[in-house]
Write a protein that binds this ligand. Structure first.
Ligand code: ATP
Ligand code: MG
Length: 303
């Protein structure tokens, strides 16, 4: 079944990325609500067709830790990618001042399982692991999106946009060629994402560095970031430290990560993820309302 634009009712905008907008849409023939990502690329028909063909492998298999793919089409030189709509959005807008350890553990379980599924079932390396690409819903599901399924799409994106490189592993910064990208680099990005979720901010940010060069040099030459010892258990901190080993070959495999005392413990424990998501959404909306009010006050002052 092929989705096309005529069957879609456009609802609100869900967010904006480097390459275009993501919109909530209603697929009229099936009644399914979807998220449609627009990727603006200047590409010829051959390349666009190749991208659609490469995306087709996603129809083959599904995982509870991967956002479902519904189909893609192109109009002129834009690719439109339709996927499962996640009603609580991405983790970057929900982690607030940092997530508690049991929630962090459940998120990690989903991320590691999703990454392992991509590698084992589809032979895919994610290549863009970060909090904006981890989506959640109010039922408490956690799923990965925006993985590198299509080599042609990745290549075209790389050519048009260098973008923010900050989740890159040290070995990717020093040997900046796509061919050196291995599964171990995803594990570094997983580690950085976990530190960000725990601290409530990106670890190499916050005005600590006065240039992109200084930031990248801290990733390459500095000690890897750590979790605060007052809020996270030793098992949890060990887990993150293993992901953030500067030597890529020393990082554990997904199977080894699933076998760590930390994930073993939380796999057996019941954590009310739906309650955490609902609470985090309320706080996010309150922050947005407060910001709106502050902006309103400033405008009133001007007039
Ligand atoms: P970058 O462009 O650097 O990768 P990004 O991941 O934030 O950043 P997009 O992938 O374009 O950029 O996504 C924009 C935003 O849209 C995301 O941050 C997320 O909040 C929202 N979003 C993306 N996909 C979905 C989805 N399937 N369901 C709900 N919200 C989504
Ligand atoms: Mg994204």
């Amino acid at each position: 079944y092929k989705i096309n634009m005529n069957e879609l009712m456009l609802l609100e905008e869900l967010g904006k990325g480097q390459y275009g907008v993501v919109q909530k849409v209603h697929h009229v023939p099936t009644g399914v609500t979807m998220a449609m990502k627009e990727i603006r690329l200047e590409l010829d028909q051959t390349k666009l067709n190749q991208i659609l063909m490469e995306l087709d492998v996603l129809h083959k298999s599904q995982s509870p830790c991967i956002v479902e793919f519904y189909g893609a089409f192109f109009i002129e030189s834009c690719v439109y990618y339709c996927m499962e709509y996640m009603d609580a959005g991405s983790l970057d807008k929900l982690y607030g001042d940092g997530v508690p350890e049991p929630v962090l553990a459940k998120i990690t379980l989903a991320m590691v399982r999703g990454l392992k599924f991509l590698k084992d079932e589809l032979a895919i390396i994610h290549r863009d692991v970060k909090p904006t690409n981890v989506l959640v819903d109010t039922k408490g599901s956690v799923k990965l999106c925006d993985f590198g399924v299509s080599g042609q799409l990745e290549q075209s994106l790389a050519k048009t946009n260098i973008g923010c490189q900050s989740y890159m592993a040290p070995e990717r910064i020093t040997t900046a060629t796509a061919s050196t990208y291995t599964v171990q680099s995803d594990i570094w990005s997983l580690g950085i994402s976990l530190v960000e979720l725990a601290l409530g901010h990106y670890p190499y940010g916050g005005g600590k560095f006065d240039s992109v060069f200084a930031q990248l040099s801290a990733i390459v030459n500095g000690a890897p970031p750590e979790l605060p010892s007052d809020r996270y258990s030793q098992d949890c901190r060990d887990f993150v430290a293993k992901c953030l080993n500067k030597a890529p070959t020393e990082r554990p495999t997904y199977a080894q990560l699933l076998d760590t005392p930390w994930l073993q413990k939380y796999d057996k424990e019941e954590v009310d993820m739906a309650a955490w998501v609902t609470g985090a959404l309320e706080k996010k909306n309150a922050r947005a309302a407060a910001q709106h009010e502050a902006e309103q006050a400033t405008t009133d002052q001007i007039h």
